[in-house]
Design a protein around this ligand. Sequence first.
Ligand SMILES: C[S@@+](CC[C@H](N)C(=O)[O-])C[C@H]1O[C@@H](n2cnc3c(N)ncnc32)[C@H](O)[C@@H]1O
Ligand code: SF4
Length: 463
Amino acid sequence: MQEGRVQFNHMLNYDELVIKYNVSGPRYTSYPSSPFWIQSPTQEEWIQSLNQAFISDQSQGAALYIHIPFCQSLCSYCGCHKRITRKHEVSKPYLETLLLEWQLYQSQLNRKIVLKEIHLGGGTPTFLSPDELRFLVEGLMTNTTLTDDYEFSVEADPRVTSEDHLKTLFQLGFKRLSLGVQDFDPKVQKAIHRVQSERQIEALTELARQIGFTSVNYDLIYGLPFQTTGSMERTIESVLRLRPDRIAFYSYAHVPWIKPAQRRFTEADLPHSVKKRELYELGRKAFESNQYREIGMDHFSLETDSLWKATQEGSLHRNFMGYLHRQVSPLMGLGVSSIGDSWVSFAQNEKQLEVYEKRVRQGELPIARGHLLSPEDEVLRRHILNLMTQMKTSWDASFQSISNFRDIFSALEALQEDGIIELTSSSCRVTQRGVPFLRNVCMAFDVYLIKKGSQANVFSKTI
Ligand SMILES: C[S@@+](CC[C@H](N)C(=O)[O-])C[C@H]1O[C@@H](n2cnc3c(N)ncnc32)[C@H](O)[C@@H]1O
Ligand code: SF4
């Protein structure tokens, strides 16, 4: 950043850029972004697009995302799709529905499914007991085979994850663990209604490594209420001491009109724009001085982790689960609100638990919405994915036939004037100074945003 300030001192300085580009915008875990999905596939179209993806599958196996929506208590910042309950009797019927949904896929796809990846996310997968986790994974494995290089990963809330959970998950084939850490500061933890000790995280991390997990990720968030430079320094110091293989350093997405629990703290307690970005920069510098590498947007990994190797080899991928070290297609989503991706189509399940369960029990795939990509969507999706994973993209003369080509190019020229990208007639590359504004660069290619104008009430702020 310092280098940028010197080189571009005839332009806006860094703080002015942060203020200028801190607008509402998508996080680009998909393109088109889900609020712009307009062309839902029918069940038949979805199955057909999955079959097509299986036929052209380079990865020789599919990925499965399974959503466990239950959490024992509500973290007030949370933007995830969850249901808060302490009644553990909800789990068994839900797991039975998940397995029914899987059987629907198996019969409708009419093929023996080979899986390369399973991701258990939520909500809180470790809300389930170890026996329930075993019931789920063993049930999924009926009539399913795995590739030799299969990988299973799981998100775990440290407050409800036991030694028995980790041992069972490892026996079932899980080697990647992601722990929700968020922040270690007691005042911040109280404000976000998520109190957990450093000792708890340390014990689970050590245990996971002893058991054999090969990659441990910590989720952290910057921009939470009461975070200060001092509190963030202490959190980062603790994280560095525990040395996870990966760190997801998320920008707090403040969307109280969608997640009313975020109104439990006042906006005046949140660090905004320049202050918020300073917290990220503090983390970035500390991580990079301690052998971590920045991956795409908001992620860091040790050089020994596959995420860094993928960045080097150009195989880094991004989807609804964040950054992944490889692209596995197709992705099928099981469970309430889960999203599947066949590259030419997205399909999202019902978000209401009762509606989801009812539709599956009636023998229907519970798709509520989605999007069949047009050829133009596919081209723009590729450019946005290139930018999010490689910080650059290039095109040929046919790109000029994109409907909003002139708008795209003039937005790119404006970004170039601010020193955010280097632009040629057939390529653009994000500069070092431009990295914090990666979402804004992707927005230049987003024809839906261009057509619809400002979406202040849909997306969180880009900084
Ligand atoms: C499903 S949760 C992780 C698993 C588990 N439920 C837990 O909290 O430990 C996924 C992650 O999303 C992130 N997250 C949730 N709400 C967010 C928000 N509003 N802004 C940014 N990140 C958020 C958190 O870092 C959280 O760990
Ligand atoms: S952050 Fe995790 S544990 Fe907290 S409410 Fe969200 S999904 Fe549940």
